[in-house]
Design a protein around this ligand. Structure first.
Ligand code: SF4
Length: 506
């Protein structure tokens, strides 16, 4: 029997799903982070997970995005061969119309992050279209749709290799995960695709991330095939690396490892790895011809009520009076509460500033003695001064760091995850400092921002330079003025503790 599906039913369902996943973590993800939080032995990693859980609850209540990076939309459609479409748009256009409506929703505007002409002008398309869409034609009379919004920081850490048939997938994963750093905002999941061809392996890895978190059930029932054996082995061995939440060192780097495989050529063993981050966002729906399939709100009781308090020993910093001498007293791993004013800037603003400096021209704003926050916020709604505004991956600014420190008098930087060697050396040579905020806790961070105004490059939109007035914004000293990096010392320490059995993985 033929089912007729109206184009508005798909458009409305996609738009609803994207709004829904922008502020509701999947319940299985919350349960898994909460379990990891309860088991965590490293206080810094536990703090980071507390912020992720508090942020998640606030977003569920406030219907605002979990993360300032509201993602690139990825959609998998399984279209029944008995389905007939009513309307004049292509299915791809219907999905993109759903994306457009979701990202421009006036009650919860989402950040448009998609740039056209990726190796040229990199111009923002303005509405987060186009989505990346995959189709499968299957027997039946329904349309099954999986919708995900994937953060750029975690997508950036995707890996692929064409292994020799005798090579070990486990060895390869254990080699690449430490190279991924913390820019993918762990704790999260790994999707692994094995076999097929190069592009098939990547697709399997991405699809694997859509499955629910069930590694503990698998451990109880036991592996039934090679893919399940790999899941259990990799879960244990990746967590034994000690990378931990936000790369600070700890017991949980991954909440689950998903493996999908497919037959392959005798000469090949393609393997792909795609991580999913603290802002894991996906849902699904089925269209049956009976109208749009709207998401059912979860129960708020599914979110744990975590209280996170900074200790009495926390150092309060006034950004408007802080000096280079003060910065030298800050210890690696120390928590600071920042108040006062800071500037913002990320990829495009840094490129422009460094280009201006190279030409001997002046910058739109004086950076001397100031801190810059690597962020591209969501636009505000209602009475907000700024939308969710968590940190972006700092390593992308590494190549600009020495120039910025030496030619502008910039005092320090705030971002997420580790810094590379060149940036660490520039920080040490200039007795500067790098502070980290928790990636994936964007709405929570935004509560500390009391004012925001654009002070440079307004044409860059969310990448413009803002001046934020902040009050008690929590950050951790990640690279101290003498060049010590907690993203190096933390994982080393916790890997050793796990190896020596001082702490136990569960
Ligand atoms: S949690 Fe981290 S990787 Fe994920 S979308 Fe947010 S900033 Fe990007």
């Amino acid at each position: 029997m033929t089912t007729v599906i109206r184009q508005d039913d798909l458009i409305d369902s996609v738009a609803d799903a994207l709004q829904f996943i922008s502020y509701y973590h999947p319940a299985d993800f919350i349960r898994a982070v909460h379990g990891a939080y309860q088991r965590e032995a490293n206080p810094a990693a536990k703090d980071a997970m507390a912020q992720i859980l508090i942020n998640s609850r606030m977003c569920a209540m406030g219907h605002r995005p979990i993360c300032q990076d509201t993602g690139i939309v990825t959609v998998f459609l399984r279209v029944g061969m008995q389905v007939q479409w009513a309307g004049d748009l292509s299915v791809t256009d219907m999905v993109n119309e759903g994306v457009r409506r979701a990202y421009g929703h006036p009650d919860n505007v989402l950040r448009a992050s998609i740039l056209d002409d990726p190796d040229g002008a990199r111009k923002n398309t303005g509405d987060n279209t186009p989505a990346v869409i995959h189709y499968e034609l299957v027997p039946g009379d329904t349309v099954e749709v999986h919708v995900a919004a994937k953060g750029g920081g975690s997508e950036a850490k995707s890996k692929f290799a064409m292994l020799n048939p005798s090579d070990s997938v486990v060895d390869w994963v254990l080699q690449v995960v430490p190279q991924m750093g913390a820019g993918w905002c762990p704790p999260g999941m790994l999707g692994i695709g094995i076999g097929g061809t190069a592009e098939k392996a990547m697709l399997l890895a991405k699809e694997a991330l859509l499955d629910p978190i069930d590694i503990h059930d698998l451990a109880e029932r036991g592996a039934a095939n090679r893919a399940e054996q790999l899941r259990l082995e990799l879960m244990q061995k990746v967590n034994a690396l000690g990378i931990g939440a936000q790369g600070l060192g700890g017991l949980t780097t991954v909440l689950d490892v998903k493996v999908k495989d497919y037959p392959t050529h005798a000469a090949n063993k393609a393997v792909a790895l795609i991580p999913n981050c603290a802002a894991t966002r996906h849902t699904h729906f089925t269209l049956t011809g009976a109208g749009p399939a709207l998401q059912q709100p979860p129960r708020l009781e599914d979110w744990p009520e975590i209280v996170w308090e900074v200790g009495d020993s926390v150092r309060r910093v006034n950004l408007d009076t802080v000096t280079a001498e003060d910065v030298k007293t800050w210890q690696p791993g120390e928590t600071l509460l920042l108040s006062g004013t800071m500037l913002t800037g990320r990829d495009a603003a840094h490129k422009k500033m460094v280009d201006l400096l190279a030409k001997g021209e002046s910058l739109p704003v004086d950076l001397s003695g100031r801190f810059i926050y690597y962020v591209g916020p969501v636009d505000p709604v209602r009475d907000e001064v700024v939308g969710p505004a968590g940190p972006t991956t700092a390593t992308r600014m590494d190549k600009f760091t020495r120039t910025m420190l030496e030619q502008t008098g910039l005092l320090g930087m705030i971002g997420k995850a580790e810094r590379g060697q060149a940036a660490i050396e520039a920080i040490r040579d200039n007795a500067s400092v790098y502070l980290m905020a928790v990636g994936g806790a964007a709405y929570l961070v935004a509560q500390a921002i009391k004012s925001a105004r654009v002070v440079g490059f307004p044409e860059l939109g969310m990448e413009a330079i803002y001046e934020f007035g902040v009050e008690d914004m929590p950050v951790t000293v990640a690279v101290s003025s003498d060049g010590e990096s907690v993203h190096r010392t933390g994982p080393q320490t916790w890997q050793a503790k796990i190896e020596q059995g001082v702490v136990e993985l569960q």
